[in-house]
Design a protein around this ligand. Structure first.
Ligand SMILES: [Zn+2]
Length: 268
């Protein structure tokens, strides 16, 4: 069994501020270690559940948080290739499962003090009217390649929402967002739960494939600043839908993520 683990940091147990999540932040170092510890627990569980080949993608910030020494027995994907699948950039149809670790609630949710969707440019991302988190986008893209998403850890609100739409998903809520704070689960309990549920996710019979919404798909984005929406409307096929919104209708999840990736860079 070949599994792909995509790892973020804003859903790692107890993280509560950007000073802890970004390499230039004064409190980053211990949270990088914590991220590695939670990914290691998921790798152990996946292997105990039958995974024979484990790939881990560092999918946070500059994607250089995890070091090869953190995961010496995994294939480690670091840095951004430029592939539009972004947080699952090296996933293809040879994988049997996707596991997401340390994920977080989307903009504009209050589920995490660090809630956002991909970048600070987007105030809200919707597909066919439904608000999408980074997890939703990754799971849909994976499903379009025939790869089921079997495991998710992250903030409580994200896990609860994902469980509703993915009934087979093993989830590990790491903390609950309350205003600008989090209420974290005890670290030892999280560590055990990550390993246990990753093992269950990989050892159970494969669930019936959950098919993502079929094309055509309409991507609608509300931008944090109207000037970003102005530029977005020039993307091929896109249209302006208001002073701070733009949308585009596409024929696949890859095309959808491609549009999103180009819009992502409007602020740079
Ligand atoms: Zn992140």
């Amino acid at each position: 069994m070949k599994v792909y683990i995509s790892a973020d940091i804003e859903g790692i147990t107890g993280i509560a501020h950007w000073d802890e999540a970004l390499p230039k932040g004064p409190d980053y170092a211990p949270w990088r270690e914590r991220m590695a510890a939670e990914v290691q627990a998921v790798v152990r569980g996946a292997r105990a559940g039958g995974a024979t080949e484990v790939w881990v993608q560092d999918a946070h910030g500059g994607a250089r948080n995890l070091r090869p020494t953190d995961l010496p027995d995994a294939h480690l994907v670091r840095g951004w290739s430029g592939h539009p699948a972004m947080m699952i950039q090296a996933l293809d149809d040879t994988f049997d499962a996707l596991l997401c670790v340390g994920y977080h609630s989307p903009a504009p949710s209050a589920g995490s003090p660090l809630a956002h969707t991909l970048c600070g440019t987007f105030a809200e991302v919707r597909v066919d009217g439904r608000v999408m988190s980074e997890f939703d986008l990754a799971a849909a893209m994976a499903a379009s390649l025939g790869v089921p998403t079997l495991f998710l850890s992250g903030d409580h609100e994200l896990c609860a929402a994902a469980s509703e739409s993915h009934t087979h998903l093993q989830t590990v809520p790491t903390h609950t967002g309350v205003g600008l704070s989090v209420q974290g689960r005890p670290l030892t309990a999280t560590q055990e739960a990550l390993e246990h549920h990753a093992r269950l996710a990989c050892s159970r019979a494969r669930p019936a494939m959950l098919h993502p919404p079929a094309a055509p798909l309409t991507l609608s984005v509300r931008f944090k600043r109207p000037m970003f929406a102005y530029g977005a409307a020039f993307y091929p096929g896109a249209r302006s839908t208001g002073p701070d919104t733009a949308e585009v209708t596409v024929s696949s999840w890859l095309e959808l993520l491609t549009a999103l990736k180009f819009w992502f860079h409007l602020s740079t």
